[in-house]
Write a protein that binds this ligand. Structure first.
Ligand SMILES: [Zn+2]
Ligand SMILES: [Zn+2]
Length: 378
């Protein structure tokens, strides 16, 4: 498949895409409002303020309309502007016909459409400008040949957030329930906010490091983790390309210390925000190198080396929060100011597309076609 050209500013395409994107997001929010018991995440419902939600949807719609207008003026092809205008009109019609709230019935299984829309909107606002104006690989197109696959991963992991949460929490809940942790947890909660947050990030990163290391070193598990490493075009969206099995096992491991320590809820939520943000940032296609902070926190440069297709950087930089963990365990890659030439699995051929990548590791070992005959060399 050929690579599409990188988007140029001033052609009306960026504004066209943004306009359609924002129109679809606001239509999605209206769908959430029609069927809140199915499409909203139970834990989020208490936080929603109807007035703020209403004005936010309106703001997104207005922004979408401004971009549609810009695209209609700039672009020779008028279709982007027209498509979004139709979606905007549908959203306004549906939104104004919305019946008054009739109460929400709790369902055992919900679809996290609200979480998907909020996260895609916030991530797009933060990361699209960063990748557009401060890219690392300026010739890498946003719409490279596999961006749709990555988008499917992003969508699936968000829509099934509630189900994933239940599976992830299960081992910690069953193994460590009723073992009298109250005293220990009270001590943890008495630690001031910042040091407590540091402990949360540190212990979860140590567990993440262990799980991640094992996924690299055990050949059968590497089959699954290879999906995450198969991308040749690292960007903020590519970070969500993770096999479902890999995702739940590593998250379940990282959740054990969080559950056992019973951190204060303010620490827990800050931890969740940092984890979500840093995981996306680490994969972003940006040359921002964060000065001396890159020795303190995991940055894009640090994690891009983890994805390097150069054998000398294989099995390095496992940490997702603190580089010193890799330094202590001897898996730190001395990167200096360099960036990897390329990312991916080298000459290992991995199938493309979400469904094929889901099935593949259960039945085949991608390493079989690799020039390294001994998988332990990875
Ligand atoms: Zn890895
Ligand atoms: Zn990664």
């Amino acid at each position: 498949m050929s690579e599409t050209k990188r988007l140029k500013i001033g052609e009306g395409k960026i504004s066209g895409y943004l306009s359609i994107f924002l129109a679809i997001v606001s239509l999605g929010f209206v769908i959430c409002a029609y069927f809140p018991d199915v499409f909203t995440t139970k834990d989020f419902r208490d936080i929603y303020n109807p007035q703020i939600v209403k004005w936010s949807i309106l703001a997104v719609l207005i922004l979408s309309f401004i971009f549609a207008f810009t695209s209609l003026i700039l672009s020779k092809k008028k279709r982007y502007g027209f498509i979004s205008t139709i979606i905007i009109a549908a959203t306004i019609l549906l939104g104004s016909a919305l019946p008054e709230g009739t109460g929400i019935q709790d369902k055992a299984f919900t679809i996290g459409l609200d979480w998907l829309l909020i996260d895609v909107l916030v991530s797009a606002i933060v990361f699209i400008p960063i990748e557009l104006f401060l890219p690392k690989r300026s010739n890498q197109s946003k719409f490279h040949s596999e961006w749709r696959t990555d988008l499917v991963y992003f969508i699936v992991s968000h829509l099934f957030i509630q189900m994933i949460g239940v599976i992830v929490q299960f081992p910690a809940m069953t193994m460590f329930k009723n073992i009298g942790l109250e005293g220990f947890q009270n001590t943890i909660q008495s630690i001031p906010f910042l040091p407590q947050l540091f402990v949360a990030l540190l212990v979860s990163d140590l567990f993440q490091y262990t799980a991640h290391y094992v996924f690299h070193k055990v050949p059968y598990l590497w089959r699954f983790h290879a999906v995450h490493h198969s991308t040749k075009n690292l960007d903020w969206l590519a970070g969500s390309r993770t096999h479902f099995f890999d995702l739940v096992v590593v998250r379940a491991m990282s959740f054990i210390p969080i559950y056992v320590c019973g951190f204060d809820s303010s620490v827990f939520f800050t931890y969740i925000v940092i984890v979500s943000f840093q995981a996306v940032l680490a994969h972003a296609n940006t040359r921002i190198n964060f000065g001396f902070l890159k020795y303190v926190f995991v940055t894009p440069q640090y994690h891009h080396w983890h994805h390097s297709d150069d054998p000398k950087a294989y099995d390095k930089n496992f940490a997702i929060h603190f580089p010193f963990i890799d330094m202590i365990f001897g898996t730190y890659y001395p990167m200096g100011n360099d960036w990897p030439e390329g990312t991916g699995l080298g000459d290992v051929k991995y199938p493309k597309g979400f469904a094929r990548q889901f099935v593949y590791p259960f039945v085949k070992n991608p390493q079989e076609h690799h020039n390294l005959k001994d998988p332990s060399e990875r």
